[in-house]
Design a protein around this ligand. Structure first.
Ligand code: AMP
Length: 280
């Protein structure tokens, strides 16, 4: 496995590779876990040349968020990527990605200020901008994302479609711990005891799904799920039942829904979601 830090060096390498091999790209912020591994394994199965990036992108963190504290177990990540047969680990420094002040941004106002974007101003603009840059640097045929970050996957798909990126976006199911907790790098912030209580997020999503599938009202389902979560000591940022394409709240369940939650366990912000009768 080669480790590359320079965008222009990587662009030269992929230029040589592209004519004969399909390139699969998995963008991450590192602290690699089972969720990332499932994306990398799919890329390995489906393409001949796998690039994984590790870049904690300052543009998508708010001033009071955890950019500095975000876990960076770099040596362990290298070992994991190597073990999975990754061809190139792209791990640029901030100055490699932003050598000058970034003044051009990609934005999707219709979707970026809902759900997670409502409290994280500028977050999705930061995500879209860095992903566009990473796509231009790695020039993949396929790029892999997790349903765990549903809103992110949705807006990236829209960006690719509307800006004519010649890339197929693959969205893979959320990998969970045995008790249902979605695997996340931020779970590392939780104590053992908090970690146990955190699985209520998934139970609450399933409970809400059960209620709406049984013809109970959407607001009843939301209230019931919120109560479950709060009983376990988390504070709910949002619990939403919405349309999976527009992300607008639905009043009544008809045929499809996204059920999504963000909640804080002490200072740790956790997100999760499930889809009902819909696939991205
Ligand atoms: P991150 O390093 O958190 O930016 O995540 C990198 C990619 O891994 C994103 O596409 C995430 O949606 C995906 N991912 C994170 N956690 C999971 C999980 N538990 N299951 C599946 N994909 C995940």
């Amino acid at each position: 496995m080669d480790i590359v830090k320079s965008p222009s060096e990587l662009q030269k390498i992929v230029e040589r590779i592209r004519p004969t091999k399909r390139i699969g790209f998995v963008p991450t912020m590192g602290a690699l876990h089972k969720g990332h591994i499932s994306l990398i394994e799919s890329a390995r199965r489906e393409t001949e040349f796998v690039i994984v990036s590790i870049f904690v992108n300052p543009l998508q963190f708010g001033p009071s968020e955890d950019f500095d504290e975000y876990p960076r177990p770099y040596e362990k990540d290298i070992e994991i990527a190597e073990g999975l047969g990754v061809d190139i680990l792209f791990s640029p420094d901030v100055k490699d990605i932003y050598p000058i002040k970034q003044t051009v941004f990609v934005s999707l106002p219709e979707l970026e200020n809902l759900l997670c974007g409502a409290k994280r101003e500028g977050h999705f603009r930061g995500v879209l901008t860095v992903v566009a840059k990473l796509f231009n640097i790695t020039k993949p045929h396929f790029a892999y994302f997790g349903q765990k970050d549903y809103q992110q996957a949705l807006i990236i798909k829209r960006m690719v479609e509307e800006l004519n990126f010649d890339i197929a976006i693959k969205v893979l199911p959320t990998v969970r711990e045995e008790d249902g907790l979605a695997v996340s790098s931020r779970n590392l912030y939780l104590s053992d005891e908090e970690r146990k209580r955190a699985c209520v997020l998934y139970s609450a999503l399933k409970k809400a799904e059960d209620l709406i599938l049984n013809q109970r009202g959407v607001s009843e389902a939301i209230d019931s799920a919120k109560r479950m979560i709060e009983k376990n000591g988390l504070s709910v940022e949002y619990f939403a039942i919405c349309d999976p394409e527009t992300l607008r709240p639905i009043d009544r369940f008809q045929d499809r829904a996204l059920i999504a939650v963000a909640a804080k366990m002490d200072a740790t912000r956790l997100i999760d979601n499930i889809l009902v009768n819909y696939e991205l």
